[in-house]
Design a protein around this ligand. Sequence first.
Ligand code: ZN
Length: 62
Amino acid sequence: MALKVCKNCKKILEGTNKCPECDSEEIGESFKGKISVLNPEQSEVAKNLKLSKKGLYALRIG
Ligand SMILES: [Zn+2]
């Protein structure tokens, strides 16, 4: 199944057209790079991307 990405919060989604994190329905299918956030408070990358929750996120959309 193709992965999708929430254009609002960059969360990577599978088989859904609505983001469970932010309830956005702005879902895209094109993104570059993935980051798995395990410790959002301790991760510089997560801070730079303004990610505050655990999960799998896209680095760049489009
Ligand atoms: Zn979202």
